[in-house]
Ligand binder design. Structure first.
Ligand SMILES: Cc1cc2nc3c(=O)[nH]c(=O)nc-3n(C[C@H](O)[C@H](O)[C@H](O)COP(=O)(O)OP(=O)(O)OC[C@H]3O[C@@H](n4cnc5c(N)ncnc54)[C@H](O)[C@@H]3O)c2cc1C
Length: 541
């Protein structure tokens, strides 16, 4: 059969939802009514079942050190049409399959970063773990890669010519207030968990956006406002239900599949599809914090003061310092319009008095803000700490970890945001340089914590060229490369996986010994590297 490129004309196939095979779990959770992709056009009649002859005759030989872009599961031109894969999967699948040309396909393939333009064979919108297993097994039969998308916030490598699993309907959340845990579907967003946990005075280690997915964030480490006090989100992953590359359903935790549990806590989406997570929650109901903007002229002093006292700040005190060049547009509040500023975001989980006291010396250096301020906030309002939530967009970014913050680096960053750096002839598209203060509990891992993060850094740096037009991307990429060269002398060489947009730097997210263990475990759990449309860890030899 001749394989055609996914086009715009294929039918969108919806599946009967009252299938006998639907699991009780899915029924109890009422998943089909939950969030999902746009409904398909009326379902076409039943499609006849055609058993495919797989190129490998159904045999899957381990391929070590596979180049993610070539070989079995590498995608690229293959013999299969979307319809052939759909025909094979359909009889066993409770969810919906979206083929090129339909609204569900367009919504399902779209990533938060609009420059990641993926063209999967089809989007498989799953209802439960059984659906995931069937889709993975079918992808294996056709030797096409499997991509996983919950919200699209972290899609860095397009699932072209593969099966893209969409988990947007696996959003259930169950709180156990006695044990202070949350049982969460693999497609849930943090907003779902924050709201459910807050009813019991509990909070998860969520990040700067309630729209981000719980699973992708947690598997990549997960750095949030509570991390200096309680660690990475990955450190709070108590158990995970996983569909492996072989299509097996496993439960990984401290008592079973311990190696897999270890790998999941920082290894990203490399080790299987997580259909459910059990997370520890923490007793946080109110915080003292907020967001204020200060003139860039005072930014050098603020950064230097923060650096000098970073080691003394209590674990309860989390702060993010951002150098911003805000657009000269009516939508920008007048005091900030068209000028470089420093924003200081703060979250203190102790009493308001303690929070005020911890923040006071820094504010004394910062002087009066141009806008914003700090107050007591209910924990579910954490999005307020981060200001306006960014919309899906085209961007380019660079990240590094820093130990300390030298005067020279402060000069580099200030020159960048003032637009006075003269080492590049181009106008800088970098309008956001964020420094997240890390440390605290992150530096004190438990004995069996996973591979997440480099725990010895002081700051995580993220420079962003946001809101680009497609034609701006090559220049922005080149500019960020030159920015990276300027910052490199001051950086540790490590990165936090979640802040990485360049998949070629994935290895930098791990300590060498952890990377060795991860590649060895990848060989056990995904020897053919079927899950490589991500920050990929290839199987070791
Ligand atoms: C606006 C914004 C704010 C952010 N803030 C923070 C922050 O404060 N702290 C932080 O640490 N990170 C932050 N991030 C980064 C974010 O955590 C990562 O991009 C993360 O991968 C997003 O996960 P997702 O499920 O939402 O995205 P998706 O694009 O759906 O998934 C990203 C990847 O995660 C894997 N994945 C997702 N779900 C599963 C699953 N169920 N099973 C197996 N693999 C899965 C896959 O490899 C997938 O390619 C932010 C990102 C954005 C865009």
């Amino acid at each position: 059969m001749k394989r055609r490129r996914p086009g715009r004309t294929g039918p969108e196939i919806a599946f009967p939802c009252a299938r006998a095979m639907r699991s009780d779990a899915a029924r109890q959770r009422g998943l089909p009514g939950a969030r999902g992709l746009p409904r398909d056009a009326p379902a076409p009649g039943p499609v006849s079942f055609l058993a495919p002859t797989t190129p490998g005759g159904g045999l899957f030989l381990p391929v070590c050190g596979l180049d993610p872009q070539t070989g079995p599961f590498g995608g690229g031109p293959g013999p299969w049409s979307p319809e052939a894969v759909a025909r094979r999967l359909r009889p066993q699948f409770d969810g919906r399959l979206h083929l090129p040309g339909g609204a569900g396909y367009e919504a399902g393939r779209s990533a938060w970063r609009r420059d990641v333009d993926q063209q999967p064979l089809l989007v498989a919108e799953v209802t439960d773990a059984a659906d995931v297993a069937r889709a993975v097994i079918t992808a294996r039969e056709f030797e096409v890669p499997v991509g996983v998308q919950a919200t699209g916030h972290g899609t860095v490598r397009p699932t072209d010519d593969g099966v893209l699993l969409n988990l947007a309907r696996l959003t259930y959340v169950e709180i156990d207030p006695e044990r202070a845990t949350a049982r969460v579907g693999g497609g849930a967003r943090w907003g779902d968990v924050i709201a459910a946990a807050a009813r019991y005075g509990l909070a998860p280690i969520s990040g700067s956006s309630s729209q981000v997915g719980v699973a992708g964030y947690t598997l990549g480490g997960g750095l949030g406002w509570l991390s200096r006090r309680y660690g990475f989100a990955a450190d709070s992953l108590l158990r995970a239900e996983v569909v492996t590359a072989a299509g097996n359903r496993l439960v990984a935790g401290p008592d079973h599949d311990v190696d897999l549990w270890w790998a999941l806590r920082g290894g990203g989406g490399n080790f299987g599809v997580v259909t459910e997570l059990l997370l520890r929650l923490y007793p946080v109901t109110e915080v003292y914090g907020g967001l204020a903007y200060f003139p860039a002229e005072r930014a050098g002093d603020i950064l230097a003061y923060h650096r000098d006292h970073a080691a003394d700040l209590p674990d309860e005190f989390s702060s993010v310092l951002s150098l911003l060049r805000l657009p000269d547009l009516p939508a920008t509040p007048e005091p900030l319009r068209g000028r470089p500023v420093l924003s200081l975001r703060v979250c203190h989980t102790g009493s308001p008095d303690q929070g005020r006291r911890a923040l006071a010396p820094l504010l004394a250096v910062a002087g009066p803000p141009l806008l914003g301020g700090y107050r007591q906030l209910a924990w579910p309002a954490t999005d307020l700490l981060d200001g306006p939530q960014p919309s899906p967009q085209i961007l380019q970014a660079h990240t590094d970890l820093l130990q300390g913050l030298s005067d020279e680096l402060i000069e580099v960053l200030l020159a960048e945001i003032h637009g006075t750096d003269r080492t590049s002839p181009d106008e800088s598209p970098v309008t956001v340089i964020e420094l997240r203060h890390v440390g605290g509990a992150l530096t004190r891992p438990g004995p069996d914590d996973g591979p997440a993060g480099h725990r010895d850094a002081t700051y995580a740096l993220l420079a962003v060229a946001p809101d680009l037009r497609p034609t701006d991307v090559p220049a922005a990429r080149g500019y960020l490369a030159s920015f990276a060269r300027r910052v490199r002398p001051y950086a540790t060489g490590g990165v936090l996986l979640n802040f990485l947009t360049d998949p070629s730097r994935t290895a930098a997210a791990y300590r060498p010994a952890d990377l060795g263990r991860l590649t060895a475990l990848k060989r056990v759990y995904d020897p053919e590297n079927i899950f490589h449309r991500n920050h990929n860890i290839p199987p070791g030899h």
